[in-house]
Design a protein. Structure first.
Length: 337
C-alpha cells in the first residue's frame, strides 16, 4: 500500500500543476484581447494595436479594427490597453500599457496614443519594434503619443514629429463644432492606399499639420461649418501656428500621408499617419478602408481593388471627450462574441 502511494500521487500532482498553470495563463491574458485569425491573406502576420488616449476612445475603436483585420483579412491581432491596478481600462493611466511583450512579435503596429509616459520596461518593447523597422500606422493623437519621458527613451517625446511626420500643433477646425470631410489629393488618386476609398467623413475636427517634404500627402481635410457630412465648407480665415493668416480651407490641411523613415538603427519604418481616427471617425467606411489598405501597404502586400472592411458585430462607439470612457470596462469585454 505504501509503495503505491507515490504512483497514485504523481498524476494528481501533475493535474494540480496543469490547473495552476492554466489559471495563471488565464489571469495573464485578461490584460489584453487577442483576435485569432480566420484564413486570409494576413495569415502568419501579427498586428499589435496600442490604445491609450484620454479623449478619442481608442479603447473602443482599436478592438473594432482588430476584429476587422482578423476576421475579414486573416491577421492575428492583439490589442493592448492602459489599465489600472485592478485590470480595468483607464485611459488616464498614462504610465500603463498592458502586456507590452506582445510588441516583440509585432509585424505591424497601429497606435492611437496621447501623451503616454511609459516606464523603461515598457518602452524597451516599443523601441525594439520600432528599431526593427516595423511599419507603423498612427491615428489622431499619435502625433503627440509620448510626453514627459526621461532618460534612455527621452527622444521618443518627439516621436510624432520625427517619425510620423508631425507633432501636436493646434485644432485647425473648431473642436466639437466643425467636422471633417476628406478630400483626396489629386496626385494620390491612383495611390494603392486609396484604392476603393470614397466619401471620407469624421465628426472630429481638422488638426493643423505640415508634414515634411518626404511625406506623400493622400488626403486633405475640408473644415465643415457644422457636424454633419452634408454641411457646407467653412470659409473664414484664421492664424496659423506661425501667426500668418490663412483661409481655413485655402489650402486645406493634410490629414493623411505616408512616409518612409530611416530610424537610428538603420532600418526603414513605413509610416501611415492620419489625424483622423477617433472611435466615432471609424464608423466611416472610407477611413476604415484607408487604414486597412495602409496595413497591406506597410507589410508590402498587394492591395485588392476593394476589400471587405465591414464592421464586425455591433459597434456603437462612445462620443469623444475627456473622461468620457466607459467605467469598469475590462479588455475581455471586447472579445469576439
Amino acid at each position: 500500500m505504501t509503495r503505491r502511494e507515490p504512483k497514485a500521487f504523481m498524476p494528481k500532482l501533475f493535474a494540480l500543476i496543469a490547473v495552476a498553470a492554466f489559471s495563471l495563463a488565464a489571469v495573464h491574458a485578461e490584460d489584453r484581447v487577442v483576435y485569432e485569425p480566420i484564413d486570409g491573406p494576413g495569415k502568419g502576420k501579427h498586428i499589435v494595436l496600442l490604445s491609450g488616449d484620454e479623449e478619442y476612445r481608442s479603447e473602443e475603436g482599436l478592438p473594432q479594427l482588430g476584429k476587422i483585420l482578423s476576421q475579414r483579412h486573416g491577421f492575428k491581432c492583439t490589442v493592448l490597453f492602459a489599465i489600472d491596478t485592478n485590470g480595468v481600462i483607464d485611459p488616464n493611466a498614462q504610465k500603463s500599457l498592458s502586456h507590452p511583450e506582445a510588441l516583440d512579435s509585432a509585424d505591424l503596429i497601429i497606435m492611437a496614443l496621447r501623451y503616454r509616459n511609459w516606464p523603461d520596461e515598457t518602452m524597451k518593447h516599443f523601441a525594439g519594434a520600432y528599431q526593427r523597422g516595423v511599419p507603423i500606422i498612427g491615428l489622431r493623437t499619435s502625433t503627440h503619443a509620448f510626453n514627459g519621458i526621461k532618460g534612455r527613451y527621452e527622444n521618443f517625446n518627439n516621436f510624432g514629429k520625427q517619425v510620423l511626420g508631425e507633432k501636436w500643433v493646434s485644432h485647425w477646425g473648431v473642436h466639437k463644432k466643425e467636422a471633417t470631410r476628406g478630400i483626396i489629393e489629386p496626385s494620390a488618386k491612383n495611390d494603392p492606399i486609396m484604392r476603393g476609398v470614397e466619401d471620407i467623413f469624421g465628426d472630429t475636427d481638422v488638426y493643423e499639420a505640415a508634414p515634411p517634404l518626404d511625406a506623400r500627402i493622400l488626403v486633405r481635410g475640408q473644415v465643415l461649418k457644422g457636424m454633419k457630412a452634408t454641411d457646407e465648407p467653412a470659409d473664414y480665415k484664421k492664424k496659423r501656428a506661425d501667426k500668418l493668416e490663412q483661409g481655413v480651407n485655402d489650402p486645406m490641411m493634410p490629414i493623411a500621408w505616408t512616409r518612409e523613415h530611416k530610424n537610428e538603427a538603420g532600418k526603414v519604418n513605413k509610416v501611415v499617419c492620419t489625424t483622423m481616427g477617433s472611435a466615432t471617425d471609424l464608423e466611416n467606411e472610407g477611413l476604415r478602408r484607408l487604414v486597412v489598405n495602409g496595413v497591406y501597404w506597410g507589410l508590402g502586400m498587394e492591395i485588392p481593388a476593394k476589400m471587405n472592411v465591414a464592421l464586425v458585430g455591433e459597434y456603437k462607439p462612445t462620443n469623444y471627450g475627456f473622461n468620457g470612457f466607459k467605467k469598469g470596462t475590462k479588455p475581455g469585454d471586447y472579445e469576439l462574441k
